[in-house]
Write a protein that binds this ligand. Structure first.
Ligand code: ZN
Length: 147
């Protein structure tokens, strides 16, 4: 489809230049850190969890445009959502990145659009960049597991 890649590039650049939910959360918010040594990307994810929901999320870090824009999109996509919904979203995002969860054979519900996150699906053509795109998502899972 002509123009679609330009649109996707625009969304990725927008999140890179104007990252959403940038900053830190004070304890008792949970913090997790992720590194992608292949590219030098670093991400810190802070989540404030209450009543089974991620009430607030903040991101700090540095690295390539894919890692940082993916983190920004992730933060916008999970803020205010239930942990169940978020785990489902992480699984769908990683599925889009051709990464399947081990030991989870339940069908993936692909009826809902992933919204801006679909802008990152082109990354799957560049396997070395997939780690950049999923870094913040794996760091989010670490934070959820510590919450
Ligand atoms: Zn990177």
């Amino acid at each position: 489809m002509p123009g679609l890649e330009d649109l996707y590039r625009e969304i990725i650049l927008d999140h890179y230049r104007t990252p959403r939910n940038r900053g830190e959360l004070a304890p008792p918010a949970v913090k997790a850190e992720g590194h992608n040594p292949l590219c030098g990307d670093e991400i810190q994810v802070y989540i404030d969890v209450a009543d089974g929901m991620v009430r607030d999320v903040k991101i700090t870090g540095q690295g390539c445009s894919i890692s940082q824009s993916s983190a920004s999109m992730m933060s916008a996509a999970v803020k205010g959502k239930s942990i169940d919904d978020i785990r489902n979203l992480v699984r769908r995002f990683k599925h889009m990145m051709s990464i399947e969860e081990e030991g989870n054979d339940s069908p993936i519900d692909e009826s809902q659009s992933l919204g801006d996150l679909e802008a990152l699906q082109g990354v799957v053509k560049f396997p070395v960049r997939i780690k950049c795109a999923v870094l913040s998502w794996n760091t989010l899972l670490d934070a959820l597991n510590n919450a």
